[in-house]
Design a protein around this ligand. Sequence first.
Ligand code: ZN
Ligand code: ZN
Length: 280
Amino acid sequence: MRDETEIEAVGEAVSRLALRTPTLPPATHTNSYFVGLRAFYVVEPASPWPEEQQRLHDAVARRIAAGDTLLGAVVTHHHGDHVGGAAEFCARFAVPLFAHPLTRDRLADRVAVDRTLDDGAVLPGLDVRALHTPGHAPGHLCFAHASGWMIVGDMVASEGTILIDTSDGGDMHAYLTQLERLASLAPARLLPAHGAPIDDAVARLRFYIAHRLAREARVLDAVTDEPCALDAIAARAYADSPHAPVFLTERSAHAHLVRLASHGHITHHGDGRWSRNGRA
Ligand SMILES: [Zn+2]
Ligand SMILES: [Zn+2]
């Protein structure tokens, strides 16, 4: 098994260090990516735990001691398993924190974002372009390098599950739209926040889209002509996954229900229940 304490080169001018974080099980780590050569950024100073922060700080200090220049820290989105060490990191190295404006707003009472990156922005000094990809989080960013790799945050994962949580800004329609967009850009390699690099990049993105749409069809099938509650819909739609945690299935079902309602397939009633619209 790979030694999680090692920095691993994962593409041209990019390497990763996996740090333990309080993330969604079964994932246990978030990747911090070192992006750039003599001048570099750290994407996802993620861990809130001092001993893990120390590992990241030591790795960065070694590069600085070797003559490299740290330009800043970057977070892909506002979740705690991505920003948990950002304040300590930026204070330790006196560098700015970069994020999307919507992430800055969500972090306002937790971490100060110094510089904002909108869709299409280039990381100053590097050949890396930011892509605004809402859906998992409103201010989610991916980062595309000219050589073909793409840091994809929580758009996809090779460990664990991607939760679309409407109570925290999640939006299933936006998520599916952005997965399509990433696939259309034909990246060669995906670098997710959780787990190993993904080399069948476009096929994996297409699989994610197909998987979500198949689940959405099951959610729609689970909605009856009579108004029914979320827990009953989720239980029916996920009957094939009896071991999935209820909070996951209910939140995921809810994200699909919101998308189905926006497309006119179902109606959301004032009492919180849902019913199927006329089947033509
Ligand atoms: Zn997340
Ligand atoms: Zn995450």
